[in-house]
Design a protein. Sequence first.
Length: 104
Amino acid sequence: MMLGISDEWLGLVTPLAGAMLSVVVFYLRSMREHQLTQHAELVRRLDRVEDETRRLARCVREMERALTTKEEWLRESMSARRRLDALTQAVGKLRVVGVKREGQ
């Protein structure tokens, strides 16, 4: 008699357990599909960020070529000033030499 009750009990519980396991399996499968979708979206976004970062770096390099830094500008202006001073002195020496020749 005890064996009959457990068979009945097992007969009732098995479909319920199967239904619950099916729900769990479908839930886990939907979570996995959602995870894969989210991962693909994240990879796509990261690729776009990397592409935009490369584009930004390229634009910055091009801007650096077009624009000089303050230090570079100061160095160039000081060099030009030194060359201008040297030219002014050379012209002054030529005038002095020219005046001496006219006066002789």
